[in-house]
Design a protein. Structure first.
Length: 180
C-alpha cells in the first residue's frame, strides 16, 4: 500500500451506474485491500436480492438493513467499500460512513450514467418506472447535493474504469496532503 494513502476504510458513494463496484474492485487490487460491495453483503445477509428485498419489504426497511451492514463492514479495517446508490442519503448512514471511512463521491454526468444503467435496469429497482430518464434526473436533483457532502468528489472518466481508479488515487493523495 502506498504510504501516502490513508489507512482508513474508503467508501465509494454516488448514483447507480457511476462504477462504484468496478472502480472499487480495481482500487482495492491496486491498494492491496479487501473489497466489499454493500449490496452484495445485504444479499448475503438477507438471502434475497436487493430488488426482492425492495419488493417484499420496501425501501425504508431496505435502508435499515443497509445501514446495519455498512456499520458492520466499517470496523476500522482498511477496506474498499462500494455502497448502493441510496446508501449515503439517509442522515444516520451518511454519518456512519463519514465518521468511519474516507468517502469519495464518484460523480457522473447524466448521459454517461443513463447509458450505463440502461444495460441492466432489472437489477435497479428505482428505475423500474415508466420513464427511467425522468426518474434519473429526479434522483440526480435530489441526491447530488447530498453526495457533495462526501470528503472527496471525483468526476468519473469516460472509457476504461482504470482511468477513474487513477483519478481516485490522485484525489486521495491530494486530500491527504491537504489535511496532513
Amino acid at each position: 500500500m502506498s504510504p501516502d494513502i490513508t489507512t482508513r476504510p474508503i467508501a465509494l458513494v454516488g448514483l447507480m451506474g457511476v462504477g462504484k463496484t468496478t472502480v472499487g474492485r480495481r482500487l482495492a487490487k491496486k491498494l492491496g485491500r479487501d473489497f466489499y460491495d454493500s449490496d452484495d453483503e445485504i444479499e448475503l445477509a438477507s438471502g434475497r436480492t436487493v430488488a426482492g428485498y425492495f419488493r417484499d419489504h420496501g425501501e425504508a426497511e431496505f435502508r435499515k438493513g443497509e445501514r446495519r451492514v455498512i456499520e458492520r463492514l466499517l470496523d476500522g479495517t482498511p477496506i474498499i467499500l462500494a455502497t448502493g446508490g441510496g446508501a449515503f442519503i439517509p442522515n444516520e448512514t451518511r454519518k456512519i460512513l463519514k465518521e468511519k471511512a474516507l468517502t469519495i463521491w464518484l460523480k457522473g454526468d447524466f448521459n454517461t450514467v443513463m447509458e450505463r444503467v440502461s444495460r441492466n435496469r432489472e437489477k435497479r429497482p428505482l428505475l423500474r418506472v415508466e420513464d427511467p430518464r425522468a426518474k434519473m434526473r429526479e434522483l440526480m436533483d435530489i441526491r447530488h447535493p447530498i453526495y457533495a457532502k462526501a470528503h472527496i468528489t471525483v468526476p468519473i472518466a469516460r472509457g476504461p474504469h482504470i482511468r477513474t481508479v487513477h483519478k481516485v488515487i490522485r484525489a486521495i493523495k491530494a486530500h491527504e496532503s491537504e489535511t496532513a
